[in-house]
Design a protein around this ligand. Structure first.
Ligand code: SAM
Length: 223
């Protein structure tokens, strides 16, 4: 998969996307990630990307010209242009799965008070929010989307089943069951008997029940 990101802060992406699983996915060619500085599509001496909102009001808006030019030069036939914005649909695991099917994503990140509305109307195929709070710019939201999508790409996680057994995936939108590793007893806390029984049918039953109880207790909205 190819992901292009349009941003005013390419430096913010160094680190989170250069470590661990995402780094390995990039090194293996499973994810081709390219960061683009929005100011490269400006034509004035100050590389201006923002302007005051018509009608007044606080702050500055990203003006249309540089973003239109950038998207038009980066977009290909099968590109999904995704605007990062608190007004978008709320990002979740099922949207991550949907995006992981795409050939090419172009993530357009905002700053200041956000985008001139014509950018939203004419360029965006999708608009995503990572939650009901406001961040200073769209770099962190874009990184969240890139991380969640990349780990779903075939071959990225070592064990192909490991992303289908976890929260929001295993047969529904619920949470994952509790998990334990060695030692079987730690500071007086014992691993549930059934998990060391070797009875796989009983273990599966216990896990399904625990996942159901945990979801009901912690995230009743998902039940
Ligand atoms: C300060 S915010 C703009 C907020 C905008 N005035 C509003 O009320 O919706 C600047 C940029 O950060 C990004 N951003 C901030 N919070 C976000 C969120 N929860 N999800 C996705 N993007 C977000 C968007 O790209 C946005 O254009």
């Amino acid at each position: 998969m190819k992901i292009d990101v349009l941003t005013l802060f390419p430096g913010m992406f160094a680190g989170p996307l250069d470590e661990s699983i995402i780094k390995r996915a990039r090194d293996a060619g499973l994810l081709e990630l390219q960061l683009h500085q929005l100011r490269d599509w400006t034509h004035d001496r100050h590389k201006t990307v923002d302007d005051r909102p018509f009608g007044g009001g606080p702050g500055m808006l990203l003006k249309p010209e540089p973003i239109f030019e950038a998207v038009e030069s980066l977009r290909r036939e099968k590109t999904r242009v995704v605007l990062m914005s608190p007004s978008g649909r709320k990002f979740n695991q099922s949207i991550a799965r949907e995006l992981a099917q795409q050939e090419h994503l172009l993530l357009v990140t905002g700053h200041y008070e956000g985008f001139d509305e014509r950018i939203r109307e004419a360029l965006a195929d999708d608009e995503l929010s990572i939650g009901d709070y406001v961040l200073t710019n769209g770099a962190l939201p874009a990184m969240v989307v890139i991380d969640a999508v990349t780990r779903l790409l075939p071959g990225v996680l070592g064990d192909d089943t490991s992303s289908s057994e976890e929260s929001f995936s295993a047969g529904g939108p619920g949470l994952e069951y509790p998990q334990y590793t060695r030692p079987a007893e730690f500071r007086g806390m014992k691993v549930p008997e059934v998990l060391v029984s070797g009875n796989h049918a009983e273990i599966a039953k216990w896990r399904a029940e625990q996942a159901r109880l945990r979801t009901k207790e912690k995230r009743p909205d998902l039940v």
